[in-house]
Design a protein around this ligand. Sequence first.
Ligand SMILES: [Mg+2]
Length: 196
Amino acid sequence: MAAVREAVGPDVKLYVDANCGLDLFHATELAHRIEPYGISFFEEPLTQNDVRQMAQLRARTRIPLACGQNEGLAFRFRDLLVNQAADVLQPNVTISGGYSQCLKIAGMAQAFNVPIDNGGAWPFHNMHLHAGVSNGGLVEYHYVAVQMLKQIFDGLPVPDQGWLTLPETPGLGFAPNVERVRELAKLPTSHGKGKA
Ligand SMILES: [Mg+2]
């Protein structure tokens, strides 16, 4: 983090994501070590997004905590809010119950005055959620996911100066290219075989 901060200078926002990979001790330790580098939020620091431990970690660090991209059920977001366990909620429309449930989660977050941002990639699907609610936030332009989505979909918007302009065509405004999907399906690592 020190090297990255030095490379990008003071004006670029930096985020850290542990993908639910740490226990409370190590997440606390890491948070304390990276606090000097101006981290905008620490995403999913703790295993299973443990609500009680998230609240404990939040009390121990001055880095804002974000989580939710790996949550599928609305009550989990309710519990995070009620227990003051996150500074930012991250419902993801491809994981957290689609647009219908993510709208409810966005509403819950707004009632608690907690912002929402996208985590967990799928930016072109999640941009519609964030553009469609008054408390919409950041969309994670996840490089690997974007490269994959470009192979599947036609009509994806291209970011300009960090902003995505939403399509005005019906639905999502982009569609799978069936021919290309058929070709991708022939690859030896297709049908889930590429994921060890
Ligand atoms: Mg993430």
